[in-house]
Structure formats: C-alpha cells, structure tokens
Design a protein around this ligand. Structure first.
Ligand code: ZN
Length: 236
C-alpha cells in the first residue's frame, strides 16, 4: 500500500525534474496521471507535483458520473412531447458518448468487470430513452436499437482494437509512431532528418539537439492532428 503511494510520487519527482531542466512546464489542472494496478489497493493517491498537490481519480467512475450529469441536464432541455426531433436529440446526446469514452483506450479492460460495464450501460440507456422519447420500462437492447445507439461496451472495444487504417489488430502508441502504414511517408521524412527511429533510440535522437527534439515533437503532433481529423470524419 505504502509502495503504491510512494512510487507514483517518485515518478512525478523525476518527471518534474526532467521538465524543469528541459523547459516545458506542467499545468496541474490539465495533467493526467494513470495508475494501473492489479492489486486491491486504494488508487486514490495524493500526488505532489512541484509545489502543488493533486489527487488521482477513478477514471470510469468519474466519466460515468459526468456523463450522467450531462445527460440529465440535456434531458431537461428536451421535452419528450414537442421537443427537438430524434436526429437533433441524437446529436446532442453524442456529447455523453464522448464523455463516457474519454480515455477508453486506457481503461477498456475494466469493462470485463460487470459492475463497471453495467454502470456505463445504465447511463447510455438513459440517454437512448431521451433520444427515442420512450418510457423507462422498455428493455435496454430494444431501446438502443430504436435510438440507433451502439452499445457502449462495443464502442469501447472498437476504440481499443484495430488500427483505423486497417493494418493492425491492435492500435496503440507504438503502432502509430513506429509501424502504421498511414504515417510511413511522414516517418521517412523524419528518419531522413534524424536517422532511423526505434523505441530504444528515440529519446537519444531527441536529446541530440534542440532541432531534433522539435522535429520529433512536430512529427508526433502532426500525426495526432491528422488522426483526430480523420477519425472525426469517419467516426467508429
Ligand atoms: Zn495502422
């Protein structure tokens, strides 16, 4: 237990030290630290970042609560009778899906635990009921079909699964950065500038010069920007 508290703080000390030496600074409100643990320990941990302190939160619980609050607020503005059309309702409610799936790539495995997946499914049902203007007694599968909403667990698995560009079973940072065919041309330009990149040598390459640092940073930023744009044009 003590180790679970001590380790993340040691990591933060090292990260903050490195940041202070190299220039960039952390905004505490926007910084996210993910603690993955297989043991039953309290994951609500106070974290010291520089001279400020923050506390870790449980990602799924936080996302579910936030999505439920937004759904309730949106529902109030959409009367079942005489309110907006279903297409408009669906668009408004898509906001809650984004909230529910925030960070899903990281916590998707938690969906195997029924308690968590049920909590999310409940919020999604609430949302679907408002889209279809139906009563609460309608079963969950039925209401999702009527409201044309994809079950949240399937959406999560999709997010955590294949590469959107169809060249890998599993999409992750390693695949995007070093392997994905979509970015081969971008990667080749970078490799012409700083020579070949691998997970083992990338930091060494970046630390060779400020110019190389910027090249890798710009490369990463460009890929992520394009990927986000392309995903929004072709959502899961
Ligand atoms: Zn790919």
């Amino acid at each position: 237990m003590e180790v679970a508290k001590w380790k993340p703080n040691q990591v933060m000390i090292r990260v903050s030290g490195w940041m202070a030496e190299h220039g960039p600074s952390l905004t505490i409100q926007k910084t996210e630290v993910v603690v993955l643990t297989a043991k039953r320990v309290d994951t609500i941990i106070p974290l010291q970042m520089g001279n400020q302190e923050t506390v870790t939160k449980r990602a799924m619980k936080k996302a579910t609560e936030k999505a439920a609050n937004v759904t309730t607020a949106l529902s109030r503005s959409m009367a079942n009778v005489g309110g907006p059309k279903p297409s408009k309702r669906r668009l408004l409610m898509s906001v809650t899906t984004s909230i529910l799936l925030y960070g899903a790539e990281i916590w998707a495995d938690a969906f195997r635990i029924e308690k968590y997946s049920k909590r999310m499914a409940d919020v999604q049902k609430l949302k679907a009921l408002r889209v279809a203007c139906s009563s609460r007694t309608v079963s969950e599968p039925t209401i999702l079909v009527v409201a044309r909403v994809i079950p949240i667990d399937l959406q999560t698995r999709k997010r955590n699964a294949q590469c959107d560009y169809g060249d890998a079973e599993k999409d992750d940072a390693y695949h995007t950065f070093f392997v994905c065919k979509r970015w081969t041309a971008h990667r080749q330009i970078l490799e012409q500038q700083i020579s070949n990149i691998t997970p083992e040598n990338i930091f060494k390459r970046m630390l060779t010069s400020a110019e190389n640092w910027d090249r890798v940073a710009v490369h990463g930023e460009t890929m992520l920007r394009h990927k986000k744009q392309e995903q929004s044009l072709n959502p899961p």
